[in-house]
Design a protein around this ligand. Structure first.
Ligand code: ADQ
Length: 453
C-alpha cells in the first residue's frame, strides 16, 4: 500500500493518479506491522497469534487498535479532501476496515464499498478479537442498500439475485460465498443484527454482503507468451531441465502459503517414488515479504533448512531436486516459468483467492499442465473442477496428488485444463473491477428497508 506508493518518484504518483497518505514511523509500527499484520492477518487466516507474542500482543492490543483507528482516519481525511460529488469510494482489505465509517461521518451521501482480499473467518474466530464489534459496525457503514421500489428481480449473474422489492448495489464483498456467510453470521451473533441470505439489516437499511470473486488480466499473460524475451526464457528453462518434469511453486514467503508443508510433501513423494528422483524438479520461487518481522525471518530459515536437507538427501553431484529462490521474478521470467511447468503446486493453508493458480492456468494453453490446489484457497471454489484438490496439512494426501499429476494422461489433462482456462479467461480483473464500481455507482443512498412480506 503506502510502501509501494512512497517508493515511486513523485511524477510517477501523478501519472498513476495516486495520492499518498503519510504515516509516521510509530503509526506504521503499531498499525501496519502490529494491528494489521500481527493480529488481523493471522487471525483472518485461522493461524492465531505466534505463541511467544500472545501475551505481549494482548498487552499492546489497545494501543495498536488506537493506531489502527488513527491511520484509517488519516486515509479518510485525504479521501475527503479530494472527494468530488458523484465519486465512488472503494476501500480495500483488512487494513482499512475502519475507513467506511470514517468516510460516512464526513459525508453520509458518499458512496462507499469495501472489499476483503483475505478470507473472513468463522464467527467463532472473529469473536475472539477484542475490537470485533467496532470493526463490524464500521464495515457495515459501507453502502449496499435495499430500495423500496417494487422493481422486478435484478440479476447480477453469478453474484446472485435479489428478493422482490430490493435493488442492491455496491456494499461489502468477499472472494467467496463462505466468507460472506461468515461475515453475516458474525454480525448476527456478535451484534445481534438480522441476517438475510443477501446481507445484513443495519440501521433500517439492507447492507448487501456478497461474493464477488476477483480474476486476473488473463490476456496480458496469454499475449506475453509470444514475446521474444519470454520465448528465450522458455528455451533456456527447457534446455536446463531437459528430461525432467518441472513442478512449480510461486508464493510470497508467508506462513499462510504453506511452503514448508509443500516441500515436506515433495520429500515424501521422493521418498516413496524412487523412480522419479532424477526425473522431476521442484522450482520454488518465494518472494520475501515483511522481512523485519521475526516470525517471517524464522520461516525463511526453516524453509532453507528443509530444502538443504532434502537436496542433501536426494541430490547428486550434478542435480538437486529442489531449486529455491528467495526473490521475485520479472513478468517475462514468470510467464516463461508458468508456461514450461508440468505441475503447479499451490498449498496455501488459507488464502483469500490465490492468483498464482489463475496465472498458471492462463499460461498453459499449449502444455495443459496440472494444477494441484489447496482446498483452503478461495480459488478452489472456481478452479476446483479442473484442479486436483488437496488438504495441505496432510503431506500424504499432497504426495499422492503429486504422483497422480505427474502420471496423468493427456486426455484428462486437457479436459481439466479446458475447464479452468475457460473460467480464467471469462472472469477477469477488468470485469471484476468494472462491475463492482458500476454497481456501487448505482447505489441508492438513504433508501429505507421496506417491510418484507
Ligand atoms: P497475495 O497473498 O499476494 O494476495 P496471490 O493472490 O497469490 O497472493 O497474488 C500474488 C501475486 O504476486 C501474483 O500476481 C504473483 O504472480 C505475484 N508473485 C508471487 N510470488 C512471486 C515471485 N516470486 N515473483 C514474481 N511475482 C510473484 C492477496 C490475498 C490472495 C488474493 C489476492 C487478490 O492473500 O488470497 O488472491 O490478494 O485478492
Amino acid at each position: 500500500m503506502f510502501h509501494g506508493l512512497m517508493s515511486q518518484p513523485a511524477h510517477h504518483r501523478v501519472e498513476l493518479r495516486c495520492i499518498p497518505v503519510f504515516l509516521d514511523e510509530d503509526i506504521v509500527h503499531q498499525y501496519y506491522n502490529g494491528y494489521c499484520n500481527n493480529i488481523l492477518w493471522p487471525l483472518f487466516h485461522y493461524l492465531g497469534l505466534p505463541q511467544e507474542d500472545r501475551l505481549a500482543t494482548t498487552r499492546s492490543f489497545q494501543s495498536q487498535f488506537l493506531a489502527y483507528e488513527k491511520a484509517n482516519q488519516m486515509f479518510a481525511d485525504v479521501v475527503n479532501q479530494h472527494y468530488e460529488e458523484g465519486d465512488v469510494v472503494w476501500c480495500h482489505d483488512y487494513h482499512l476496515m475502519f475507513l467506511p465509517k470514517c468516510l460516512k461521518k464526513y459525508n453520509s451521501k458518499m458512496k462507499v464499498g469495501w472489499f476483503l482480499h483475505t478470507p473472513f473467518p468463522s464467527s467463532e474466530i472473529h469473536r475472539t478479537l477484542p475490537s470485533r464489534s467496532e470493526l463490524l459496525h464500521s464495515v457495515l457503514a459501507a453502502d449496499l442498500v435495499g430500495t423500496d421500489s417494487r422493481e422486478p428481480l435484478k440479476h447480477y449473474g453469478e453474484h446472485g439475485s435479489l428478493p422482490l422489492g430490493y435493488v442492491w448495489i455496491g456494499g461489502i464483498c468477499f472472494h467467496t460465498y463462505d466468507y460472506a456467510r461468515h461475515f453475516v453470521s458474525a454480525c448476527t451473533r456478535i451484534l445481534g443484527l438480522e441476517g438475510t441470505p443477501y446481507g445484513v439489516e443495519y440501521q433500517g437499511k439492507l447492507t448487501r454482503v456478497a461474493a464477488f470473486p476477483i480474476g486476473i488480466d488473463s490476456e496480458r499473460f496469454i499475449r506475453a507468451l509470444d514475446l521474444a524475451p519470454v520465448q528465450e526464457h522458455m528455451k533456456e528453462l527447457q534446455e536446463r531441465f531437459k528430461g525432467r518434469k518441472v513442478m512449480l511453486g510461486v508464493d510470497r514467503l508467508d506462513m499462510i502459503k504453506g511452503i514448508p508443508q509443500k516441500i515436506l510433501a515433495f520429500e515424501k513423494f521422493l521418498e516413496e517414488n524412487a523412480y522419479w528422483r532424477d526425473k522431476v524438479v521442484l522450482l520454488q520461487i518465494a518472494v520475501p515479504t515483511r522481512t523485519d518481522v521475526p516470525e517471517y525471518q524464522k520461516l525463511t530459515s526453516q524453509v532453507h533448512e528443509i530444502v538443504g536437507r532434502i537436496n542433501g538427501r536426494f541430490g547428486s553431484l550434478t542435480t538437486v531436486p529442489i531449486h529455491h529462490l528467495d526473490r521475485s521474478l520479472d513478468f517475462h521470467e514468470l510467464c516463461a516459468l508458468y508456461a514450461v511447468t508440468d505441475v503447479a503446486l499451490v498449498t496455501s493453508l488459507r488464502d483469500g483467492m490465490n492468483l498464482v493458480s489463475y496465472e498458471f492456468v492462463a499460461c498453459q494453453e499449449k502444455k495443459k499442465g496440472v494444477l494441484i490446489l489447496s482446498e483452503f484457497a478461495g480459488a478452489a471454489q472456481s478452479l476446483g473442477a479442473g484442479a486436483i484438490l488437496v488438504n495441505p496439512w496432510n503431506v500424504t494426501d499432497v504426495a499422492t496428488a503429486i504422483g497422480r499429476a505427474l502420471n496423468m494422461l493427456p486426455a484428462e489433462r486437457e479436459k481439466r485444463h479446458k475447464h479452468n482456462f475457460l473460467h480464467v479467461k471469462s472472469h477477469t480483473a477488468q470485469e471484476w473491477a468494472g462491475t463492482f464500481v458500476s454497481e456501487l455507482n448505482d447505489t441508492v443512498i438513504e433508501a429505507q428497508l421496506r417491510t418484507r412480506q
